[in-house]
Design a binder for this molecule. Sequence first.
Ligand code: BG6
Length: 504
Amino acid sequence: MMKRGIKSTESLESISETRAAQYFVLFGSLGDLSLRKIFPAWYQLECAGLLGKSLKILGVARDEMSKDQFQQKIIDALKFRVPSEHFEEDVCKRLVGRIDYFQLDFQTATGYQQLKHTIKDCGGQIVYYLATSPNISEAVCDNLYKTGAITNSSRIVVEKPIGHNLTSSKVINDKLASYFNEEQIYRIDHYLGKETVQNLIALRFGNSILSSQWNHNSIEYVEITAAESVGIEGRWSYYDDVGQMRDMIQSHLLQLLCLVAMEPPAKLNAQSIRNKKEQVLQALVPISENNVSTSLIRGQYCDGQSLEEVAPGYLNEIDAKSQSETETFICIRAEIANWRWSGTPFYLRTGKRMPEKVTEIVIHFKADSHFIFDSDQKSMAGNSLIIRLQPTEGISLQVLTKSQGLEQGMRLRRDPLHLDFSESQKISRIPDAYERLLLEVLKGDQSLFVSRNEVELAWTWCDQAIDAWRQSSQPLYPYSAGSYGPDVAKVFIQKYGHEWHEDR
Ligand code: BG6
């Protein structure tokens, strides 16, 4: 059978042969995350032959059901989630053969003793994955510890959010630290598992043409956009307590900023990379009462149209209250006070109910100081490098060329030098972030996971910004569902002579 996806990475070839016995215990195994992301990722890893022979998966959930019933649920989920052209019955059978089920009431201690016996009987290393809601994680950790189910070789995987602010994130991190060493804790930010995000490292540090220009002397500004066309998707009450700053900026966008801005790590390992990312977070200029009005715009969507369908405003979504000050859109002008980036702003922008789902980083290079072409074309000067994470992964460098034709004279046009990964690397499918992350947990490499320091530094910066806007008289700007956010977001960056990529 042809192996695909992640398999193309050479160093992974021998994993399935060399890996010792591992037992993967998935808490919340019937939840949305497990069925939508984690089991489909296991399927793809199985398909690519990347799972050790003795790997076993134990689904843990509250529901009373037999092993057969649980396995059937997983098969149904896989049939629904895995695109039909990639679905193979025998792969599904092999995966399901690894899966067992354990029913547990997470909050009460009694069942954990039996869980421990089940796990012990299987031998090998144990990975606990908490795909549960954050308020249950604490009880799970306590009970695992009390029953002696945590050993020096255990690993634990936790999902965001790690807290709601710095104080609550410290409580969670302290709890984790009381049972596990930092080397045993894998904090997921699924953006770090996306292929193109990892490509940032290759692009920045593998290409001298870029690494030599990667600083404030050559780069005018950086744009990081994560736009989503979806709204709140039925989770209004949860989201209203969180907003786009906590949901997206604190984690995904700050992680992207770190990868774009960090100094070259001495080595390609977790310690060096995390260390360099932490330095970026430490150098972020705080958003305070003094600079909040020039650093940040918040918006909330109102009725409009999304993907050609009528879309309700945030306050008209299911379960919505009639009033809310929660932002569904935010854009921030972030500054990094260090030698490399002083004077180069990083614009972070993310929102729900925008015209399309797109995540991209745009590096705007400075124009040459002297422009020899017709002056009416001067605004076109300066190259942009577009790194697109989704929906289609690729890199494109916008260059100026001459318009073809005798009658054109020396008229300029902007054209892309374009690299589409699925075409250039002839792969039929780009692996989902969870495939990469599961594999890294099994390998024991923490490079793509977030350290305690990173989480806490990111919260420190976000908490300050949230406090600053609360104390200011900054309005919450309405924007129509299906637009790129409030119009003021355009003016906000135009003031500095900059433009969003879609407006250029
Ligand atoms: C999650 C957020 O972390 O990321 C969601 O909680 C958001 O609100 C999602 O929709 C976006 O992830 P992706 O991979 O679809 O860009």
